[in-house]
Write a protein that binds this ligand. Structure first.
Ligand code: SAM
Ligand code: SF4
Length: 319
């Protein structure tokens, strides 16, 4: 498939709305944290929506709000309302560590958000605290409860495959037996050379093999909004188990994503350091549209083998 044909398939925009976070996950941030941008450097909500409106004319129909931790940005439900009202946005979602969901879930749902992804890398309090450097498992679990209580559907759970996960696999499978929760095991992507990962990374195929040796799992279609993940389920279970294997699977070939950083830079690939500054073009719809289309035309689909080309942590790009 030519890159041109693929570029026309880019329909998914990830908007990072802040580079700040209330956690310090080992795989996402260096131990000292990352220097955050000044408030004036961060796009205002009106600017984010202006970008999204033009992106829709370039083929975008799905939008995800992410960060940093999007819910630490004041007024996040207002932004949800503005994006949900945008003609052409058919799917709006949010990725969060869940800590602030007890406070915001109902408001987000009322503003038009239908589904959420919660990141929860361990079900063991001590391991959760170690992976996040400062988080409390009970707060994250309260966030997950709040997501269900608010009626989000589907609720997906992102779990990074880090050393020690092997001992927790059964607990995650149990969650999928109890409720319609879609657990997705995600391979660590080495994006940032400053990261000191706490332990070795664990490849998705080894985890699937281990799970299949212990549980009867059948391949299933994914929940609504599934992208590169492949899904399995215990027969009859309300939930599923998915794998996002950027490294083992080299899924660049099917990439449909465009990213906007909180400070207004367009990125067509997580693994490439190339960025297009678009803030100055906001208000000039034709100029902005031309810049987006040019970036899409130049998007490459073979970068995941070129890890470590980044100077930004995931929290600064928008995972
Ligand atoms: N703070 C929110 C959260 O944690 O869900 C949203 C931002 S976070 C950067 C988005 C997702 O990226 C999380 O699910 C996180 O686990 C994932 N992530 C961060 N660094 C990663 C890395 N190096 N490799 C793979 N996934 C990563
Ligand atoms: Fe924060 Fe999310 Fe990165 Fe963890 S993964 S440090 S919660 S941005």
């Amino acid at each position: 498939m030519s890159d041109d044909v693929r570029a026309r398939r880019v329909d998914y925009l990830r908007l990072s709305i802040t580079d700040r976070c209330n956690l310090r996950c080992t795989y996402c941030m260096p131990p000292e944290g990352v220097p955050v941008r000044a408030h004036d450097d961060i796009l205002r909500f009106e600017e984010i929506v202006a970008f999204a409106r033009v992106a829709v004319t370039c083929g975008i129909s799905k939008v995800r709000i992410t960060g940093g931790e999007p819910l630490v940005r004041a007024g996040c439900p207002d932004l949800v309302g503005m994006l949900a009202a945008l003609p052409g946005v058919h799917d709006l979602s949010l990725t969060t560590n869940g800590l602030l969901l007890p406070r915001y879930a109902a408001e987000l749902r009322a503003a038009g958000l239908r589904r959420v992804n919660v990141s929860l890398d361990s079900l063991d309090p001590a391991r959760f605290a170690a992976v996040t450097r400062c988080g409390r498992l009970e707060d994250a679990l309260a966030g997950l409860e709040a997501a269900f209580a608010a009626g989000f559907d589907p609720v997906k759970l992102n779990v990074l495959l880090l050393e020690g996960i092997e001992d927790e696999l059964d607990a995650y499978v149990r969650l999928t037996l109890e409720r319609p929760l879609h657990v997705r095991f995600i391979e660590f992507m080495p994006l940032d050379r400053r990261l000191v990962l706490g332990g070795r990374m664990v490849p998705a195929p080894a985890v699937l093999e281990r799970l299949r040796a212990r549980h009867r799992l059948e391949p299933v279609g994914g929940p609504y909004g599934h992208g590169p993940a492949r899904y399995w389920a215990v027969p009859g279970a309300p939930g599923t188990i998915g794998f996002i294997a950027a490294i083992s699977d080299h899924f660049c070939q099917n990439c449909n994503r465009l990213r906007l950083t909180a400070d207004g830079r367009l990125r067509t690939c997580l693994f490439s350091g190339e960025e297009v500054a678009v803030r100055a073009l906001l208000g000039d719809d034709e100029g902005l549209r031309a810049a987006v289309l040019e970036a899409l035309a130049a998007k490459r689909y073979d970068r995941c083998r070129e890890a470590l080309a980044n100077e930004r942590a995931m929290s600064q790009i928008g995972g």
